[in-house]
Ligand binder design. Structure first.
Ligand code: CUA
Length: 358
């Protein structure tokens, strides 16, 4: 080992260890600043392989097929390789003797060109068939339609058939008999390219400004499904989460009926409501039934119907709402809601109002 190499590797080893350990370090540092739901909910990285909707199932099948084929190729290469390393290793009696030198072999060249070409072609056909199978699905008459608009850094959902808008938590009904019911999404962007991805339900689909992309899923069970923006879209890309709540037809109908109503106007919190409407809050947020008609930020008409805030990263509790309204930049650095420089009393009054928005 030359001196240069010798000095090189301990430094790189240290760098390697820093990179490997840094997620733990930064998670510990951030624990105070923004204790997100990541530490509250059990997080799994294998969701893609636990499909609960037809498109996700098709993708997982293709994954396992390809994994199987490459596993066979791996064994075909490495078992003979290991055997040859051992069988033809240099021995004492071989010293000074060169092995036979072979220059090209037509049969071998043909075999390792045509073989892989056939494998790649088969994988191409399987993948193409799956893509067409998913994309060609025709919406049945009872399909639910949702317009999804990606924003930096949250999701807007419009239910055109029911006439309301909500954010971050998408509700999807099962069929009347509990069977999977397809949900068809039109994906649009208000700013930059995002990507809508709920691994257990469907493949990721880009959300591109100036065009409408489509995606569908049909959850097979009731429950919550976690998703994440899957295309880097700026500072808070990693915190652009989403959730899909698959629920019974009846629960969905109740949710829709509530969402369709204008916001409650509880006289007990009139002070907070007026502060909300007088301050810049109303320029960005909509609260139906009031003069707040902003379109830039999430619709808050039924804010308390959601279990999270800040695009799914924080529990929707009074405590977090207080911290959020006080200064969102402490919880989601770089988000487009500024520190409104409100007094503590104003913050409390506004949150008193917000928590009535059932
Ligand atoms: Cu939106 Cu990444």
């Amino acid at each position: 080992m030359s001196q240069k190499t010798a000095r090189w590797w301990p430094g790189n080893l240290a760098l390697f260890l820093v990179i490997i350990l840094s997620p733990g370090i930064s998670a510990a540092e951030n624990a105070d600043q923004a204790p997100t739901l990541q530490s509250i909910e059990q997080d799994r990285n294998t969701l893609m392989l636990e499909p609960e909707s037809p498109p996700a199932r098709t993708i997982a099948e293709v994954f396992y097929l390809i994994l199987g084929i490459v596993a066979v190729i791996f064994l075909l290469v490495f078992v003979p390789l290991l055997w040859m390393l051992f069988r033809f290793r240099m021995r004492k009696e071989d010293e000074g003797i060169e092995p036979p030198q072979i220059y090209g072999s037509n049969p071998i060249e043909l075999a390792w060109t045509i073989g892989p070409a056939i494998i790649v072609f088969v994988l191409f056909l399987v993948t193409a068939r799956s893509i067409f199978e998913i994309e060609a699905a025709v919406p049945p008459h009872d399909a639910v339609h949702v317009r999804v608009i990606g924003h930096q850094w949250w999701w807007e959902y419009e239910y055109p058939d029911y006439g309301f808008i909500t954010a971050n938590e998408l509700h999807a009904p099962l069929g009347k008999d509990g069977s999977p019911r397809p949900v068809y999404l039109d994906l649009e962007s208000a700013d930059v390219i995002h990507s809508f991805w709920v691994p257990q339900l469907a493949g990721k689909t880009d959300v591109i400004p100036g065009r409408i992309n489509h995606l569908w899923f049909a959850a097979e069970k009731p429950g919550w499904y976690k998703g994440q923006c899957a295309e880097y879209c700026g500072t808070q890309h990693a915190h652009m989460w989403l959730r899909v709540k698959s629920e019974s037809d009846q629960d969905f109908a109740e949710w829709v009926a509530n969402e369709q109503r204008d916001a409650v106007a509880d006289p007990a919190v009139a002070v907070g409501r007026n502060l909300f409407l007088e301050n810049a809050c109303a320029n960005c947020h909509t609260i139906r039934g009031t003069s707040a008609q902003g379109k830039f930020a999430p619709d808050l008409t039924h804010l308390m119907g959601r279990k999270t805030i800040a695009s799914g990263i924080l529990p929707n509790t009074r405590d977090y709402l207080l911290r959020w309204v006080r200064n969102p930049q402490t919880l989601k650095v770089g988000c487009h809601m500024p520190d409104m420089k409100l007094t503590q009393r104003e913050v409390e009054k506004i949150v008193d109002y917000l928590v009535t928005l059932q």
